[in-house]
Design a protein around this ligand. Structure first.
Ligand SMILES: [Zn+2]
Length: 273
């Protein structure tokens, strides 16, 4: 699932290919970019930096232009090493995962190619717009920032509706950026907090416990890209609780949609309170 760790993993893979270099080629194969002229606008410009904040990824070019990406549920980034192929054959070599038309962006340097598939948010903007755009300007601290500003997270959480379930409040990117539905579910489980408990009844220490369980796992996933191994309870509705459901104790994982977005929430009513 594209959550903060997925995006940081992508940035960590793209950075050594592009940062500090002028790409050899940049293309936007998808028809939606027909008149946008990205190749002309970015030609000859080096990539200053590749960074992520929460679920947003930025390729920042010289000259004050930045490509902004948000994958939502459908997009993905890939970094491939192209097998040598005779020019003009159209052979993309091994590892080309999908049809060429589904790539929205291709940036090549040497034998390596950075690809973005299926957007759905992929836009070229000025640096100043990346700072002012309300989707980015309002973001809370990134759970994967080198130093997590927990005071600010708590302050923003306490400004939120205290009747909102804690599981849902953790998804609010204005409070903390990078947690998606998977990490919300696993974080609440790890800290033994019922995701349905109103935020006003969750202590600061309990919120910090959720963050301190979640952050190192997300950091690991951002390094190696293996998110699935942290799925302990997510998607396990109806099965015995992996913590307290053994030894004859009847405790099964529950599932129900939560709050406005109706995101599926998994929890154990016995060991999460
Ligand atoms: Zn349990």
């Amino acid at each position: 699932m594209p959550e903060g760790d997925t995006i940081h993993f992508a940035a960590n893979r793209i950075r050594p290919v592009l940062e500090g270099h002028v790409p050899d080629a940049l293309e936007t194969p998808h028809p939606r970019f027909g008149r946008d002229r990205w190749p002309e606008r970015l030609r000859g410009r080096a990539v200053r930096s590749v960074d992520a904040h929460g679920k947003h990824l930025f390729l920042r070019f010289e000259g004050g232009l930045t490509i902004h990406s948000h994958l939502r549920m459908s997009g993905s980034w890939r970094v491939l090493t192209q097998a040598a192929s005779p020019p003009g054959t159209g052979d993309r070599g091994a590892g080309w995962p999908r049809s060429q038309r589904s790539a929205w962006l291709r940036v090549r340097r040497g034998e390596r190619e950075v690809l973005q598939f299926n957007g759905p948010v992929l836009e070229l903007m000025t640096d100043s717009r990346t700072r002012l755009d309300r989707r980015m300007a309002g973001l809370g601290p990134d759970i994967l920032a080198p130093e997590l500003d927990t005071d600010r997270v708590l302050r923003r959480l306490r400004e939120d509706d205290p009747t909102r379930p804690i599981g849902d409040a953790l998804l609010d990117q204005r409070t903390i950026a990078g947690i998606g539905n998977l990490w919300k579910v696993e974080g609440c489980f790890l800290a033994r907090i019922d995701p349905w408990r109103p935020t006003g009844k969750v202590s600061d220490a309990e919120v910090l416990a959720i963050l301190s369980e979640t952050r190192p796992r997300m950091q690991q996933s951002a390094l190696d890209g293996i998110q699935d191994r942290f799925k302990v309870i997510y998607g396990k509705a109806g099965r015995p609780c992996p913590r307290c459901g053994a030894g004859g104790i009847h405790s099964t994982v529950q599932a129900r949609g939560q709050w406005d977005d109706n995101r599926p929430t998994f929890w154990c009513p016995r060991c999460q309170s």
